[in-house]
Every structure is written in C-alpha cells, then in structure tokens.
Design a protein around this ligand. Structure first.
Ligand SMILES: [Zn+2]
Length: 192
C-alpha cells in the first residue's frame, strides 16, 4: 500500500516538476515581453525611460519607469505605450491556441503548450480588469486622453471572460487527449 503511494507520488511529482519547468519560463517570457513592449513604445514615441525593472519592483513584479510623471502624461500615444504590451501578449495567447497542434501528440508537450497559453491568455486581461481595481497600473493611462478607467476595465473583463472559456475548453481537450493516450498504452489499467 505504502509503496503504491510512493510510486504514485514519484510519478506525479515528476510530472508536476516538468510542468513547473515549463510554467516558470513561460511566466518569465510573458513578463519580459510585456515590459519590453512598454520600453519599445516609449522609445518609439520619444518618451524617456529612467528604469527597466525586471522582477525587481517588489513582490517579483516588473516595471518600466518613464521620465514623465503620471499626472503630466497627455496624449493618445500614452495609450499605446501603456496598453500595447497587454494587447501583444494576449494576441500571442490566441496564437498559441490557434497553433496548439504544433505541440504534437505527447501529453507533456501538450501540457507545456497549454501552460504557456495560460499565462498569455489570462494574465494581462486579469491584470487590466480585476487586478487593476486593486492596484491600478496600465489602465490608468486612460487619464492621458481624459477618459475614465472603467470602460478599459470592462473591455478587459469581457476579454478575460472569453479567454477563460477558451482556456477551459483547451484544457479539457488536452485532458481528454491524455486519457485517450493512457488508454491506448498496453497494461495501463494494471489489471493483469
Ligand atoms: Zn504593463
């Protein structure tokens, strides 16, 4: 009985470690890309950048610090600088979903692809909608054109809802494929 439990944990543990090995780089990639697009946006529009903090902004968060103080930012280009990162990452999430067959048939690569999709489909819509209610952040750029923040949060919430449904469907698809693969393997049911 105990040996069965150990065996189960060993197998499962290895699998979770593998997933973690995918999830961490995917989350880092997402974060780096988000901040890089802020940075590139600022450069393109000739806005100064005083710091590029990657994971060093407290609680492991990142931030590109612009020379112009928030309250002095005026003009539509600030919307691009602030929102392009979330748009780019989320579009990449749709790209990952659309190209999910690239992951092949192996359950591990399928799950790896799914994990990357998790961050790219959900993180920024969550940040721009629900999380922004608590921490503000990129949504506040709306003030640069005299707009309130809530329409941005509402649109982000709609995107989040859509993406959660998309991700759930994708997750189910990967799970069903895994079960089908396991059933195909001889002796998978262990009966004997
Ligand atoms: Zn941002």
């Amino acid at each position: 009985m105990i040996s069965l439990l150990v065996e189960f944990l060993r197998k499962r543990g290895r699998r979770y470690l593998l997933y973690l090995g995918v999830a961490v780089p995917a989350a880092l990639c997402h974060n780096l890309l988000h901040e890089a697009v802020h940075y590139i946006g600022a450069i393109v529009f000739g806005e100064g950048v005083t710091a590029f903090r990657f994971l060093t902004n407290g609680w492991g968060t990142s931030q590109v610090v612009f020379s112009m103080p928030v309250e002095q930012r005026v003009g539509g280009h600030w919307l691009v600088v602030a929102w392009a990162p979330s748009i780019v990452t989320t579009l990449l999430g749709y790209g990952l979903y659309a190209a999910r067959s690239v992951a092949g048939r192996h359950p591990v690569s399928r799950y790896a692809w799914l994990y990357a999709g998790f961050f790219f489909l959900l993180l920024d819509p969550f940040y721009m909608s629900l999380l922004s209610l608590a921490v503000g952040g990129d949504v506040e750029a709306a003030a640069a054109v005299g707009l309130p923040v809530w329409p941005v949060q509402a649109v982000a919430a709609a995107v989040l809802l859509f993406n959660v449904r998309l991700f759930t469907r994708w997750q189910k698809e990967v799970q069903e494929a895994r079960v089908a693969t396991e059933e195909m393997q001889p002796g998978a049911h262990g009966g004997g």
